[in-house]
Design a protein around this ligand. Sequence first.
Ligand code: MN
Ligand code: MN
Length: 274
Amino acid sequence: MTTDTATGSLALLGLPQDDNSTFLRGPRLGPDAIRHAIMCDSANMFAETGCDLGAPGLWHDAGDVALEQLSGVDAYNAIHDRVGRLLEEGNRVFSLGGDHSVSYPAVMAHAGHHSGLNLLHIDAHPDLYDDMGGNPFSHASPFARLMESGKVKRLVQVGIRTLNAHQRAQAERFGVEVHEMRHGLDIGKLRFDGPVYLTLDLDALDPAFAPGVSHHEPGGLSTREVLTIIQEFSGRLVGADLVELNPDRDINGVSAMVAAKLAKEIMARLIATA
Ligand code: MN
Ligand code: MN
């Protein structure tokens, strides 16, 4: 069923990189922690929406991109090329981070296969910094780079509660649709025409639900609210990533299980996409 060599229309890909993090290391340990939690015997393999992820052939584990010795543009290229190859082979790709810097190359690879790509970005942070510590690949900057590329049709952000003056100006400059946490969650507004890539930063959740992240930002989404977004947003999901689990900060593996729960619903929706 879910061996490294099986083929399937959905590929799970680990991106164990955290050297673009600004505060703590640890997210490089995320892919294995999430895999372990997905396969944990404490839960069955059904998504809530009815998809049996234990059934043969629905997905396969494509392993990790070897990033230990790579940084900067080399890491970018390694991720971009691997995701692009999996897409060329007819897979959908669901990437497990790693910090949020991995989304820049992963989304760019998808944009090369899907014109008019929309981004649904769930995060405490807008990640729109023009620059952070002189590193254009910083995990604080992927959505600035993506909007500069001109390859993204719409960027819609949910869960945001850390806007400062610079990032508010960046959001206006790029025409980002920011749904700030303080205004509540209106799922009816999350409607997309054309292909959608979902990028989910685990720190979008309140740290009460997912303490295993590098940046604790109170006042966030509940696990149930994120599940509802994944299940109910209107649009055609063609690719996704789940980033920023930091196992070093987790408590009894509870955040890894939250990540696995969210991952299973994302996988089910990717599999269901026509
Ligand atoms: Mn982020
Ligand atoms: Mn974040």
